[in-house]
Ligand binder design. Sequence first.
Ligand code: 5GP
Length: 195
Amino acid sequence: MSDAPASWSKLTDDLERVLYTREQIQTRVNELGAMIAADYANRSPMVIGILKGAVMFFADLTRAIPASISIDFIATSSYGSNDVTSGVVRILKDLDRPIDDRHVLLVEDIVDSGLTLSYLVRMLRARHPASIRIAALLDKPSRRKTPLQADYIGFSIDDLFVVGYGLDFDQRYRNLPMIGVLKPACYQKLGGEES
Ligand code: 5GP
């Protein structure tokens, strides 16, 4: 058995089009890492990945920050179908360590309605961190239901349902190295819970 998959076509055939290639993502993530390292000079932020969607972005972003950081993860689940967040967020896994007086950088895959992140920010503020900032790989500003602005944004996109690089549909496509728009034929409404 060869180490590398012969082709991604089994998954990419389900894409209507590729929005960002692996290379474009990597370039942008490296730029964000450099910005974050400069902004947090002389501070050691706690970088928190929001599972599961942010896992690829988190892994690449943290390795693009040449500074002293610590990491933790939080897992959330929103009630509602996979493409519509209800705003009711359940914490499936909380942080391992306290964040009081720490500079927190939340790492999210995509900001859509903004409801998940505004809930999380409110919850984490109550733990008295020194500061909270948000890094989001993707932003869909036209879908916002609550005022929420990420501090670091990879790409701003239109109102499209995208998969790949951590983003799923029914838990599939997360391992795609690129980000693409799913073909309508592959897109059915499911009562998915996890993010
Ligand atoms: P929000 O609370 O901002 O509406 O929802 C954010 C979450 O919804 C994201 O973390 C992600 O899990 C999911 N989401 C929103 N838009 C998309 C999308 O285009 N594709 C995928 N796969 N998930 C999305």
